[in-house]
Design a protein around this ligand. Structure first.
Ligand SMILES: [Zn+2]
Length: 88
């Protein structure tokens, strides 16, 4: 299906503005799960992990990032979801 492929390309054009991986730029190899300031850049307002396409993080760092975010959640540094406590 060549047509399908073309459509995909058009769609992904939206994302193709040059985004370089934040961690590569800053030479961060190990992502510290305690650094919530950085981690919070890569989660949505609903505390989901931002997709790689949207954040521009490379595959290598995306894996590390998701591990760090999960770790941070377990350490209660980041919430899993929005809970009622935050509403007040
Ligand atoms: Zn990277």
């Amino acid at each position: 299906m060549e047509n399908n492929d073309k459509n995909k390309r058009k769609k992904s054009f939206k994302f193709s503005r040059k985004k370089v991986c934040y961690f590569c730029i800053n030479n961060i190899d190990e992502i510290d799960y305690k650094n919530t300031e950085v981690l919070s850049r890569f989660i949505t307002e609903r505390y989901k992990i931002v997709s790689r396409k949207a954040s521009g993080v490379c595959a290598k760092h995306e894996r590390k990032l998701s591990t760090s975010i999960k770790r941070a959640r377990i350490m209660a540094l980041l919430p899993f979801t929005i809970n009622t406590k935050l509403k007040s």
